[in-house]
Design a protein around this ligand. Structure first.
Ligand SMILES: [Zn+2]
Length: 206
C-alpha cells in the first residue's frame, strides 16, 4: 500500500466503466478533435490472444462514462467472459496492482474501485486494465512486461455491470480524473480506428 500511496497520494481513483450509469460532464475537450495514430505504426496491440473474437461494449466517445468529455472518453470495453486472460498491449513496467476487492462489484479501496493493473510505458503514458476478479492479476508491481505477456483475467469487480476489460491509456497519471489518450490497435480485424462501440473484431497475428 505504501507504493500505491506514493503513486496516488490522497486521490480517490474512481476509474469507472460504470457502463449503463450516467455521469456529469467534467470536461469540454471534444472527441471530434482527437488525433489517433495510424494503426500500422501504433505501439498498441489488442490485449487478447490471436484468434480471440472481441465483442466491444462501449468504445471511445460513446455514452455513460465513455461519453465525450469524460475522463474515460478514450476507454474501450472489451466484453469477454470472466476468466479470459488479458495481455500487455504495449511494453512497460507494472506500476500498480490491486486484486483484493470483491469479484462481483463494489469494494472499499480508497485508491481504485475494483481490481486492476497499471503499466507505465516510460513515455509519460500509463495503461489501465480494470475490473479483474479477486486475485485475478498475475503480475507484480515492478515487473517488466512485453507485448503479449499475460497480466490477468477479465472480471466485473468495481463499477462494472457485467464482465469486461476496461482499457484506457492516460497521460501523466496522478489519479482520477485523468487525461485519456486516443489509441489505435495494430492487430484488430477489421482494422477500425478507433474500434467501434458494439462491434465485433478478431485478433490477428502481429
Ligand atoms: Zn468501460
Amino acid at each position: 500500500m505504501s507504493r500505491s500511496s506514493r503513486l496516488i497520494p490522497g486521490v480517490v481513483l474512481l476509474t469507472a466503466a460504470a457502463c449503463g450509469l450516467t455521469a456529469p460532464l467534467t470536461s469540454t475537450r471534444g472527441c471530434p478533435d482527437a488525433e489517433y495514430p495510424a494503426a500500422d505504426s501504433s505501439p498498441y496491440f489488442v490485449p487478447f490472444g490471436v484468434g480471440t473474437v472481441l465483442n466491444i461494449g462501449l468504445a471511445n466517445c460513446s455514452s455513460s462514462y465513455h461519453a465525450e468529455g469524460q475522463p474515460d472518453q478514450f476507454a474501450t470495453d472489451f466484453d469477454l467472459p470472466t476468466g479470459t486472460p488479458f495481455l500487455a498491449a504495449r511494453p512497460g513496467v507494472v506500476s500498480f496492482v490491486q486484486e483484493d476487492q470483491p469479484s462481483g462489484g463494489g469494494g472499499s479501496s480508497p485508491l481504485l474501485v475494483g481490481n486492476g493493473v497499471f503499466v507505465d510505458h516510460g513515455d509519460g503514458t500509463t495503461a489501465l486494465y480494470l475490473h479483474s476478479p479477486e486475485n485475478g492479476i498475475f503480475v507484480e508491481e515492478g515487473d517488466t512486461v512485453a507485448v503479449g505477456d499475460t497480466l490477468g483475467i477479465v472480471g466485473r469487480s468495481g463499477l462494472a455491470g457485467y464482465p469486461h476489460l476496461h482499457f484506457i491509456v492516460v497521460a501523466d497519471f496522478s489519479g482520477y480524473p485523468y487525461e485519456g489518450v486516443p489509441v489505435s490497435f495494430r492487430n484488430a480485424s477489421p482494422r477500425d480506428v478507433p474500434l467501434r462501440t458494439y462491434s465485433r473484431y478478431e485478433v490477428t497475428p502481429p
